[in-house]
Design a protein around this ligand. Sequence first.
Ligand code: ACM
Length: 679
Amino acid sequence: MKIIYCLLLVLGLSLHGHASRPKLMPMPTSVVFKQGQFRLNQHFNLTIAGNFDERIRGASARWLKRLSEQTLLVLNPKQIGDKNAIFKIHITKPAKVALHEDESYQLTVKDKQIVLAATTDIGAIRGLETLLQLLQADTDGYYFPHVEITDRPRFPWRGLLIDVCRHFIPIDVIKRNIDGMAMVKLNVLHLHLTDDQGFRIESKTYPKLHQLGADGLFFTQEQIKEIIAYAANRGIRVVPEFDIPGHATSWFAGYPQFASAPGPYPIETKLAGLDNAPTFDPTKKETYTFLKAFFNEMAALFPDEYMHIGGDENNGRQWNSNLQIQDFKKQHNMANNHQLQGYFNQEVRKILVQNRKKMMGWDEIFQPGTSNDIVIQSWRGKKTLFEAAKQHYPVILSHGYYIDLLYSAKDYYLNDPLPTNHGLTAEEQQYILGGEAAMWAELVTAETIDSRIWPSTAAIAERLWSAASVNNVADMYERLASIETQLEYLGLSHQKNRDVLLKRLTNGGDISALKTLTDVIEPMKGLSRRKQGTTYYTYTPLTMIADAARPDSKVARKFEKLVKTFVSSPTGETAIELKTLLLLWQNNDRLLQPIINQSPSLHEISIISTHLAALSGIALDMISYLEKDKKQADNVFSEQWQQQTAKRIQDARLPRGSVEISPTLLDAFTPLVQRVLQK
Ligand code: ACM
């Protein structure tokens, strides 16, 4: 990023003195704002020059429609193509939708002219997203600020994994998420298509796979082609994952003969604790004959060069209790199951290579002696990431990008695939191709999945596209809030579906008080919700308050910021804002309790609302004490008060109904208490 822009970020100003500046995400490599604006009117038109194909025509038409919807300018798509157009897109060649394709672009906005130049049409598609993010409004109308942007991605592999197995995620949801991915310049959709709970793709070769391996919910091959084309039109690759030899129950529903123990194998309905999950028998020739025909079929369906075979979490139980498999290990001098799985991987790799595919898999497929043409996906930590790179295996990072675990965008954002202490040579670094956000679907449905993917995936997208030095968290959150809203214009439902869930919880009643509480509670993070004693099944309803609540509460972050400002210099204005929030929370309990009382699904969170009200009262007392001068103030903040307050905060941390008051909000009490005790 050029110095000039860094300075602008720090000062929060733009050169031409406008209060707001465009909220770009991911931040481009170089942005230099200039004096002046390009004013939009209904004569706005664009033309495409150079060597290009249909993809950029479609992308330009969609872009023009979005611009028109935002500005209310009536922009006729026929306006595309006029040679004298004020917006010129220049493309050197149509791209391949493939790893390492050129995605760079240059964008210049000047007086009466915009030029977007790119080597490939995919580069131009990336640039179109940036240009739309530059759109600004003032009293005179809409405009793009004059600017020069040069941009290219830091990593070539920037993905989102969507698990469509644990809960099926239908095609329209996949498509709207592809649109979201394109907005933030992600370029790989990794579809986790088979797992214990469902075989989610039609196989014409082995129809019992989807017929018996799924509950009627799977993608037809026509739908898969539609997804691939939709993604390709946005410069996004589709990498399919067929998870073997473990995570494979759904394969055996129709074909039990390939498991390592006799069936039958009904589709798994439990979502965790699958200690006895069945596993492919790696010792039988028939297993590979079966897999070969299957992978031949899938290789013809999916054009991408990479095919993911999973390989994770095979605990080897079935192998240990099969005498014939134990004999096989002895005969082949295999010391353990890991080596047996290595043998299995090699056999599967041969099938993929015959289909001109490169094999990809989770950490567990990284074994000494495996050919270097495979890609490792590191999920258990960064150890494999660095080891693989050192041994010249291409590798991508997913550890720290598990968005199903509902950590804050900050946590994901600061997780760099190449942290400063990586210890890799320049050559070794090249093997780290990028990363993928991972949306595992144990606890999401089509109704809630967007609210777990977005906006945190936009923060990950920036980490993978922008320079490592773009890491100012406060600035990221400011831009993230803007992108979050724009993502909904595309049809994503991460914000709006919450109200629907809340209405269901109040049986169609008034949700305003429940919204106030939901704004500051978060679903339990990590694996804690699953470990709470409830066994989750694929048919467990995911319509609880924990499903409506979203991670990384914005209101809690606002509260935290206000407290910080207030304790460092208690001004009247900050005090008013703080008190407004606290009074809202204090009064909310009175409004919410009658609603909770009439809503059986909400009983569990009654105490959370009460805790919030009580703590708000305590905070209000502290603020009014800090506002008074020393002589007026009546210091009631004794040792006993301190202990009671600490206990109240501690009690308020207890989760109920799988939600908790945002830890950010509760942590913000500490500086307030400290400030009071200092006075
Ligand atoms: C994984 O999370 N088991 C790859």
